[in-house]
Design a protein around this ligand. Sequence first.
Ligand code: CA
Length: 226
Amino acid sequence: MRILVIEDEEKVANFIQRGLEEEQYVVDVASDGKTGLEMALSGMYDAIVLDLMLPGKDGFEVLQELRAADNETPVIILTARGSTKDRVRGLDLGADDYLPKPFHFDELAARLRSVLRRSSAQKSTKIVVGDLVLDTAAHLVWRGDKEIELTAKEYALLEYLMRNKHRIVSRTMIMEHVWKDPLAPMSNIIEVYIKRLRSKIEFDGKRFIHNVRGIGYRIKEPSNGE
Ligand code: CA
């Protein structure tokens, strides 16, 4: 899940980014309305956290232009406490929820999960590779009828591989998307996690995750005899 945070206060933006990354979201930050709108219009985000008081374009304008462009990405607006007028205006312009500042991170995370659940209820959330099924909304994984229990990191790695099924993902891509740390590809952390994933998913010897020598990995349906 990729989240865009449009917030000009660096402290607040960092606080949100760090918290969301700990919850395994991939987070991008825009510090003014104009840049934020351009990024939001790319359509690559699962949800947007939008401050209202922004330089360039304010949050209302960003929201208005986003919806005018038929972009339905869920938006949570950050409003000043007690400002009913801002809240109403934001919701009228198509915000999905709001959160008065200052807020507790846990509340933002809960509201985000809720808007993501609602929006993903409208689209298919399951990625299927053979009898391996991953539900991106519920964060659950099955092989046939058997539910596979994964840690948050194992899940994030598998989700990334499955979102790119049949394609080769390089070690650098994995480090950037799953660990957000492009400096670490020399370490063997990816191998360690791939090994753990395999022991959980390929328990019957069927091979889903393939090494692509010198490049990275690819997930695909097991063929006969594998
Ligand atoms: Ca602001």
